[in-house]
Every structure is written in C-alpha cells, then in structure tokens.
Design a binder for this molecule. Sequence first.
Ligand code: FES
Length: 118
Amino acid sequence: MAERRWRICASEDLPDAGLGVRFQAEWRGVPAPAFAVRWAGKVQAYLNECAHIPIELDFNEGDFFDLSRSYLICSTHGAYYRPDTGLCLGGPCKGARLTKLAVLEEAGEVFFLPDAQP
Ligand code: FES
C-alpha cells in the first residue's frame, strides 16, 4: 500500500520563522490538532499540544514563534521549544518535548505523512 500523504498547505504559506499553519493530523490512529512552521528553511510539524498541559500552543491562530523568532512558545505559561527538535528549553516542562510529525515538502506543497516516522 502506498504511503499516505495529506496536503497541509502550499510551501509559500510557510514563511521562515513566520506564522504557522494549523492542520488536522492523525496520531496513533486518532485525529489530532497539529501545526507546521518553517524554521531555518525547513518545514517542521508537531502535535499542537504543549508538553506541560495538553492544550494548544497558539493563542492567536498560527502564532507559534516567540518575539525573537528563534523558539516555538506556548502562549499559556511561556514554555519555549527548539523549532527543529521540539525540545523544551525553558518553562514549566523544561526537558520535555513536543510530539514531532513527519512532513514532506515537494513541488511547492507541504504534506503530512501519517504513516512515517519523523
Ligand atoms: S500549558 Fe504550555 S506552558 Fe503551561
């Protein structure tokens, strides 16, 4: 069976360290809210669930970066994460991680790969 791929958005919808795109992913066979951002040129995607309390990170839709545009930040208590690994560097869940998802960028489109490992 061919590996599934779900379109998230066009490549141009993800400016580097800019607004992200929310999408519906699948995690362990269950629909789950997720998001994609671009950082250092590469698309990264995670479940939209803080490692502190399982709530969504973006209070303003798509706004996942902190003011320095260097970290992903949870708008509730300010946990901040490396954009490339999802590792929490500071805040109430320091050392924990966002759940990373597999994505593919090809021919100007960004896809979520529900069956692949990130
Ligand atoms: S819910 Fe994200 S830091 Fe507390």
